[in-house]
Design a protein around this ligand. Sequence first.
Ligand code: GDG
Length: 480
Amino acid sequence: MRVGDVQADLVIVANRLPVDRVEMPDGTKAWRRSPGGLVSALEPVLRANDGVWIGWPGGTDEDLEPFEDDGLHLLPMTMSAQDIEEHYEGFSNGTLWPLYHDVVAKPEFHREWWDGYQRVNKRFAEKCAEVAAKGATVWVQDYQLQLVPQMLRELRPDLRIGFYLHIPFPPAELFQQVPWRRQLLEGLLGADLVGFQLPQAAQNFVRLVRQRVGHKTHRDLVYLPDGRTVHAAAFPISIDFVGFDEMAHDESINQRAKEIRQQLGDPKKIMLGVDRLDYTKGIYARLRAFGELLRDTKLDVEDVIFVQVAVPSRERVEQYRKLRDDIDRLVGRLNGDLGRIGRPAISYLHTSLPRAEMAALYRAADIMVVTPYRDGMNLVAKEYVACRYEDDGALVLSEFAGAAEELRQAWLVNPYDINGMKAALLEAYEAEPKERTRRMKAMRKQVATRDVRHWADTFLEELAAVPGKHKKSVLPPNSH
Ligand code: GDG
């Protein structure tokens, strides 16, 4: 099939395609479905609407034809080495990522990165404009493509455009650092509906639009001089609860969970962290807190082990390389100082794992430790909850993960407060089974009802409901 010839009624645009280009052992290239939550959320929607997904398949300079994979229509975008350096590694991950995560690392501002960001956004917008049918719905995903809504609206005013930001949207005090702040806001205002993880992020956005662009706003609505209304609202993302719950019941997964326990030397308790190796995730501080509990003899390596899976991520970006070295050193030191023969303090894996192995780890872990400094949502926390069908296990969760708004019964911690984190780890470790069950039951109920289908459905319903032209009298925007 030639997707390029098709006019689609639903177009999803994301930085990445839902499949990765992989090289097979015989040297040929093939496609492999990426495992993320976003893919499982959007796949049924795309299927039901016979839509098209536009995105980068990974790799450079390979021109690929549109194709169909397992019934999904996919349209690969080509990225040059320069695009990757300036748009992806540069402006997206060197400027926006740290800026939007509370400046946990220092964002860098480079004019050539901004040029690359604009260039790639333009190409994505043009591709959308080509394949969207008249009056179609386009759903743009995430911080790498914030200019697409406006660029696309200029090309195709007939479209209904939604935008969803998967990461936090910062308060005005931080956002205004960016030299191109107004362009970014105007880029987003091309959408009819701008979705965020949390209500606070939507409020930050509306406030910035009022202050920086000068548009009239009322609660979660922005009134534009051309008569359009832009709606900003929160749609907390979630997971395929039923899918995880079913996988967790699988005999072979539970067998594997037992085996993992044995291989770890049958400790009384297993603590677990699973994160992309990213400085926002708070891996270093969490391991330090655990190390101190051992050093203080509050915990003993004979009883407990910390399994930390760090999934390789953005390895060409300098800050990520440094983080990896720091964590390598810390793990080495803690194991050297505190471990015994056959009893390391930390079992550290720098790798990505198959989904089934992740589920087995969730089944094996008595305490899941999720302590980001800032996180849009954090799906790992929800996946753990979904796998604990016996209502056992304990979740230690950062207050600064979006998930903390919903998972109130977790042991909530401030990841900057090492003593507080130590206390929470210890409490979760020592909690009575009854207490763990009470908390887990409530959290499972929450994740089961607010699953990823609910997320996608509510967003698309809201997008379809955005009102037509408003009749407000508004002044042209100011010009600062
Ligand atoms: C961004 C936002 C927001 C991880 N390691 C492996 C693996 N994973 C899967 C997990 C989970 C996903 O990747 C990670 O999602 P998170 O939400 O935890 O974090 P980010 O990657 O930072 O995601 C975040 C999210 O977007 C969605 O909006 O929640 O706040 O930062 O699904 O299971 N999957 C497999 N092997 C691994 O080794 N198969």
